[in-house]
Design a protein around this ligand. Structure first.
Ligand SMILES: Nc1ncnc2c1ncn2[C@@H]1O[C@H](COP(=O)(O)OP(=O)(O)OP(=O)(O)O)[C@@H](O)[C@H]1O
Length: 313
């Protein structure tokens, strides 16, 4: 498949286009290795999805990037600084743990409190409320907000500093389908333009819809990093032809067909769409009955199953 296996730190040279770069980043809690020799590379301006099942080490990684957890080994550079150095968070907005909002204050007044705390002018409050589409409910008390609105207010708080990098840990967790859809479109909006967004998720579909690139983490290790389209593995041609065994033998010999799999009497040929007519003609001229020929993309879920050796998220 087209995704690359992350290189060892020694093989890589510093890259100015990377906003986040970790080298051999490791975190152990007693006998548990939560994050294991992680080499992550997030490019400027992209929406990067950090995908993995619960307990894979996503939150621990994000906390290390924010300087909230000290690594046991390796290093990280975030916006050209080591996490935890003074002033390091100035251009980073994060929603990693539920922010502590005052339940009896309005969304707007909560943000005003935070703006004062971060030294941000009050004028930013109205702007970020617009950004997360909460301007219409700005004066309602926080405790009256739906979970989705609370989460969006958390994003608004993270945006107060107009950060270059926005880090969101499982931003749709616990939301209903409407809340999830709202959050996804918010992330897509925030990710256009200059800003870089790094979000973690255990939902393949979410990463697929929102992200430009994805890093897959499993048991603390990054097992793949690449464009979502690369990870999905391009297109395949599905062919229903009889007898299927004979069709498979012919398909295997065809030029431009990388792989042939048979599943439930259907051949799956890894090849480009331009080969369809020719493959059809070859099978028909060999006396086979071709009843169906269509393209299908491998889902990200299939790719994940392949990468993890069968474990789902
Ligand atoms: N403070 C801690 N002390 C001990 N073990 C921890 C601590 N924090 C995390 N772990 C362990 O490290 C592993 C990775 O946890 P982490 O929370 O980073 O995963 P995750 O991918 O974010 O999953 P989730 O989505 O469930 O939070 C888990 O086995 C977890 O139990």
């Amino acid at each position: 498949m087209a995704t690359h296996v992350p290189q060892s730190p020694e093989e890589r040279t510093p890259d100015a286009s990377l906003l986040v770069e970790t080298r051999g980043l490791t975190k152990r809690y007693g006998g548990i290795t939560a994050v294991d020799d992680l080499n992550l590379a997030v490019r400027r301006g992209e929406v990067y999805g950090f995908l993995g099942p619960n307990g894979a080490g996503k939150t621990t990684t994000l906390k290390m990037l924010l300087g909230l957890v000290r690594p046991s080994g390796g290093s990280a550079r975030v916006l050209d600084r080591s996490p935890g150095t003074p002033g390091g968070l100035a251009k980073i907005g994060a929603l990693v743990e539920s922010p502590a909002f005052y339940p009896y204050l309005s969304g707007k007044n909560n943000l005003k409190v935070m703006a004062r705390y971060c030294g941000v002018p009050n004028s930013r409050v109205a702007e970020v409320l617009e950004d997360v589409e909460l301007a219409g409910r700005a004066k309602s008390r926080y405790k009256k907000y739906s979970l989705g609105m609370k989460q969006r207010l958390g994003v608004a708080a993270a945006l107060l500093k107009d950060p270059e990098l926005l880090i969101l840990d499982e931003p749709t967790n616990g939301l209903d389908p409407k809340g999830m859809a709202d959050m996804r479109s918010l992330i897509r909006r925030l990710g256009t333009g200059e800003r870089t967004v790094l979000l973690s998720s255990h939902l393949l579909g979410e990463v697929e819809q929102v992200c430009d690139r994805v890093g897959v983490i499993h048991k603390g290790r990054l097992i793949s990093e690449g464009a979502v389209t690369d990870l999905r593995g391009g297109e395949a041609l599905l062919v229903r032809a009889e007898p299927v065994e004979e069709a498979a033998k012919i398909a295997e010999k065809l030029e431009g067909v990388e792989r042939v799999e048979t599943n439930d009497g259907v051949l799956r040929l890894t090849t480009g769409p331009e080969r369809a007519a020719e493959i059809n003609a070859k099978l028909v001229s060999a006396g086979l009955r071709v009843s169906e020929l269509r393209f299908a993309e491998r889902s990200l879920e299939d790719a994940f199953l392949e990468l993890t050796g069968g474990e789902t998220v």
